[in-house]
Design a protein around this ligand. Structure first.
Ligand code: AMP
Length: 282
């Protein structure tokens, strides 16, 4: 009998996952908001290398959007997404219609790596992410879950939460997949018009140049200020941050110390679209 591929009911989903578990399968989980691109598919590929069954979810999570953000216009193309997931070798897609009951009242308060950077500009964001990821983890009950380094602060926030709350799930990171000009792939890139798309391609070049300057000995403050200046000169509307932080704790660093792995992180607005990027400072 052919196994069902798309599940909308939590009860059916659990029955399938437990059936797999009883026959000795391991499960890797890839949560997404859909509008899939090769970046998402690289997570599926990684999941397949680490587990015998791969589960993806598609859900545009309302609790991580603030009023005035793009919840209603976020690109949705579930049919195409499911086809892409099937082709990529995913075993099951969880496509819930809704994740929050009318009387939902529980929140999750995240700290540590969730503080600063994105939170300074989108204070609602990581509480919403932590909530949906926890709920999805409870539905899917995977052995492991894969998150992209594209959303580096998110990856560390989830790792912290899973460790703090004793969730028996291994969290794996996956490298950033980029367009040919270096722009980090993102579902929101499709909002960019032609001019915006050309400008957006500069972000990764500026990130790389800034990383090189810091590695060559320029102090972090000067290198970050220069990068901010270059971003505006390239045509961006504004810069939220250019920052260097500890690779594991995300504590902000004002000096690069030998032997302390660090990450350079950037967020900027291009023609009204918010873009983020980051790289290791090795
Ligand atoms: P999203 O659908 O934007 O919520 O992203 C779902 C997952 O895909 C998250 O773990 C993201 O970090 C990851 N992801 C998004 N874009 C990329 C990319 N360009 N490279 C690698 N992973 C990505």
């Amino acid at each position: 009998m052919r196994t069902k591929f798309i599940f909308t009911s939590n009860t059916d989903l659990r029955a399938q996952i437990w059936a797999w578990r009883r026959s000795g399968e391991t499960t890797a989980f890839v949560p997404t908001m859909g509008a899939l691109h090769p970046g998402h598919l690289s997570l599926i590929a990684k999941a397949k290398r680490h587990a015998s069954k791969v589960v993806a979810s598609i859900y545009v999570n309302e609790t991580q959007f603030a009023k005035g953000e793009d919840l209603n216009t976020y690109p949705r193309n579930h049919e195409q997404d499911c086809k892409m997931l099937k082709q990529a070798g995913c075993d099951l897609v969880y496509l819930p219609k809704s994740m929050y009951g009318d009387h939902h009242s529980t929140t999750i308060n995240v700290g540590g790596p969730a503080l600063g950077l994105e939170t300074a500009h989108r204070p609602h964001f990581f509480a919403g992410v932590a909530l949906i990821v926890t709920k999805l983890f409870n539905c899917v009950q995977p052995d492991m879950a894969i998150f992209g380094e594209k959303d580096y602060q998110q990856l560390l926030t989830i790792r912290r939460m899973v460790s703090d709350l004793d969730m028996p799930i291994q969290i794996l990171g996956a490298p950033i997949v980029r367009e040919l000009d270096g722009l980090a792939m993102s579902s929101r890139n499709q909002y960019l018009d032609e001019t915006g798309r050309m400008i957006a391609g500069q972000l990764n070049l500026i990130l790389g140049a800034c990383a090189k300057n810091i590695m060559d000995g320029t102090d972090i403050k000067t290198a970050s200020q220069n990068a901010q200046h270059d971003i505006i000169k390239a045509g961006f509307d504004s810069v939220d941050y250019v920052a260097v932080a500890d690779t594991k704790s995300l504590e902000l660093l004002s000096k690069k110390r030998k032997g302390r792995p660090a990450r350079l992180l950037i967020a900027a607005h291009c023609k009204g679209i918010r873009l983020i990027d980051n790289c290791a400072l090795n």
